[in-house]
Design a protein around this ligand. Structure first.
Ligand code: 13P
Ligand code: SF4
Length: 332
């Protein structure tokens, strides 16, 4: 058996590589980006430092659109594993890096592909729409992929009598079903971050801030969504706070989005909606695994890299491309 060198172990993420504390990581990352023709794509749930150094910050749809059209040789995906996989499927010739390879997703984990296969077989005349928050393998079993920005339009683009399975998020699925008036067969999956908002604590917060608008992501449970003045994807929520005349907002989604809300609206106040535990706000433990230090190391070492088997790329690409086509038709 060959022994790994220290450098190899560090590349694989088994040991922490030390960073010279005198380095200005923002400068170093900029230098590496130019040198390697790399682009940094970041989701709104990332740490503010990562959002500030990113070339593009967006929601799941925007990030996929950007990954599909980039001319860069390397995509550093500051997000979670399924997002990096989607980028790889859309740009298979490029190297896709994820600062922390363990940045997974509880929602994607709630739908193991082998169980979904059995579930799907029970509904042979149904079309399969999967939320982008799932594994590449699950996408390969789907007819169309969607995000929270386009899920309603994607369902509405199908004939009224078309039977549909929607997975893996039951909360998003129930919301889409309500909005479109269509029956959807739902997979019983959920996001741990959006499921734990406390209706009681939000009610108290609303009483203390009677003029605040309460806004929520559709991954939240119906009981929380029913209280909302506006429901939308992260981009939808951000736009709503900018266009609204309100001065205060209670925000029921991962707290990272508040960084962009505050940047766009410095005179407005944003209050993270409280979860039903002792934390004041709600962070995604997967999204927050990425740090500026890990981002620097991954760009320097070109590792950890996210790869997807060729046969999965071929099958998973079609439903993602279908999503991008339908989104373009709706101007999304
Ligand atoms: P959007 O980026 O589509 O709003 O989804 C949020 C999310 O949960 C990503 O993990
Ligand atoms: Fe997954 Fe939820 Fe985290 Fe998004 S917020 S990455 S859906 S666990």
């Amino acid at each position: 058996m060959e022994l790994d060198t220290l450098e190899e172990l560090s590349r694989k993420g088994f040991i922490d590589e030390k960073i010279d504390p005198t380095l200005d990581l923002f400068d170093e990352i900029e230098k590496l980006k130019k040198e390697k023709n790399a682009i940094i794509l970041a989701h709104y749930y990332q740490d503010p430092d990562i959002q500030d150094i990113a070339d593009y910050i967006g929601d799941s749809l925007g990030l996929s659109q950007e990954a599909a059209k980039t001319e860069a040789d390397i995509i550093v995906f500051a997000g979670v594993h399924f997002m990096a996989e989607t980028a790889k499927i859309l740009s298979p010739g490029k190297k896709v890096l994820l600062p922390d390879i363990k940045a997974g997703c509880s929602l994607a984990d709630s739908c193991p592909p082998h169980l979904f296969k059995i579930f799907k077989e029970k509904y042979p005349d149904h079309l399969v729409i999967t939320y982008v928050n799932c594994t590449a393998e699950l996408k390969a079993m789907s007819d169309i992929v969607c995000t929270s920005t386009n899920a309603v339009q994607i369902v509405e683009s199908l004939p009224k009598d078309q039977k549909i399975i929607f997975g893996p998020d039951k909360n998003l699925g129930a919301w889409v079903s309500k909005k479109t008036g269509r029956d959807l067969v739902l997979w019983n999956g959920a996001c741990m971050v959006h499921e734990i908002f406390s209706r009681e604590k939000i009610t108290k917060l609303k009483e203390r801030h009677p003029f605040a608008k309460f806004i929520a992501h559709p991954e939240c449970e119906d009981a929380v969504l029913q209280m909302a003045d506006y429901i939308g994807s992260t981009t939808g929520l951000l736009k709503y706070t900018t266009n609204s005349d309100a001065k205060e907002f209670i925000v029921a989604t991962e707290s990272g989005i508040i960084h962009q809300m505050e940047k766009a609206n410095p005179r407005k106040t944003f209050i993270p909606a409280p979860p039903n535990n002792n934390c004041a706000c709600n962070d995604c433990p997967y999204m927050k695994r990425n740090t500026l230090e890990k981002l620097y190391l991954c760009l320097k070492n070109e590792s950890p890299e996210v790869t997807v088997p060729a046969h999965i790329i071929i099958k998973a690409r079609k439903p993602i491309e279908r999503m991008l086509e339908i989104s373009a038709q709706f101007g999304l």
